[in-house]
Design a protein around this ligand. Structure first.
Ligand code: AKG
Length: 255
């Protein structure tokens, strides 16, 4: 069985890692960026979070969407060549950026991010290979809110959006997921996980004294079209259903 973890994989995503990602819907890669880079980006993320408007999702986390468009330092992480090369290899198709987001769980936030799939939230058609990278900008043990995945369910493309604050939301829709194995992946600063947009996942509450700072970047098939549904990223753009997402705001990557 291919491993769910690759060590030191920044420049070289192995075939074994690709196989594991395509089978399970997620994989962990250690050392995606160096510890020094992670600390530089942690400081930039915290500063950007303080300076920019955030979406607060209950007590779950604060979310700073599309920071790459305004912050040159965070842009260099979102569009880092190692990141774009890795997602292109794992997905196996041409991709474009959907959006990035700084995700901060405050110390002792007491609130997990409950199990969900990502893709049901998005206003997309023709996107069958959506992939996220979630980069730890500090050490993230389970107690600080690392990610847990349910392997092998990325084929479920029939579910309505789930409630991030309701522990039963996904399982009420799909009871067999509740009894499937779960894989929790602690990460050190600079490590990352990748997950398919329909792979079910959650993150624990942060029960530590230190904020959990992560940067997530989401990529979608380059041929994705807008399906007309409401979404905070596309609402201001006045797109018509069927429109291809354009290159300036949603650049094609990893070619
Ligand atoms: O960071 C979290 O708490 C959850 C992140 C998540 O769900 C995602 O990146 O898709």
């Amino acid at each position: 069985m291919a491993a769910q973890t690759q060590s030191g994989g920044a420049n070289n995503i192995s075939q074994q890692t690709i196989d594991a990602y395509r089978r399970d819907g997620f994989v962990r890669v250690s050392g995606m960026i160096s510890k020094e880079e992670a600390e530089k980006y942690r400081q930039a993320a915290v500063a950007a979070a303080a300076a920019n408007k955030s979406l607060t999702v209950g007590d779950i986390f604060t979310q700073h969407v599309n920071i790459w468009r305004s912050d040159p330092v965070m842009r260099s992480l979102t569009l880092h060549p190692n990141v774009t090369a890795a997602v292109r290899k794992l997905a196996g198709v041409p991709l474009r950026l959907w959006h990035d987001q700084i995700l901060i769980k405050k110390p002792h936030n007491n609130t997990p991010t409950e199990f969900h799939q990502d893709q049901p939230y998005w206003p997309h058609a023709n996107s069958t290979h959506p992939i996220s990278i979630w980069i730890a900008l500090c050490d993230v043990p389970p107690e600080r809110g690392c990610m847990t995945f349910i392997p092998g369910f990325q084929h479920r493309d029939d579910l309505a959006p789930q409630n991030l604050g309701d522990a039963n939301s996904l399982f009420d829709m799909c009871p067999e997921m509740q009894w499937a194995p779960r894989v929790t992946l602690p990460v050190r600063a600079g490590d990352c996980t990748f997950h398919h947009g329909r792979c079910p996942h959650q993150a624990n509450a942060n029960s530590t004294d230190q904020a959990r700072v992560a940067h997530a970047v989401i990529f979608i098939d380059a041929c994705t079209t807008y399906n007309g549904a409401k979404h905070v990223v596309t609402d201001p753009l006045g797109l018509k259903a069927g429109a291809v997402l354009e290159d300036e705001l949603f650049p094609v990557v990893g070619e």
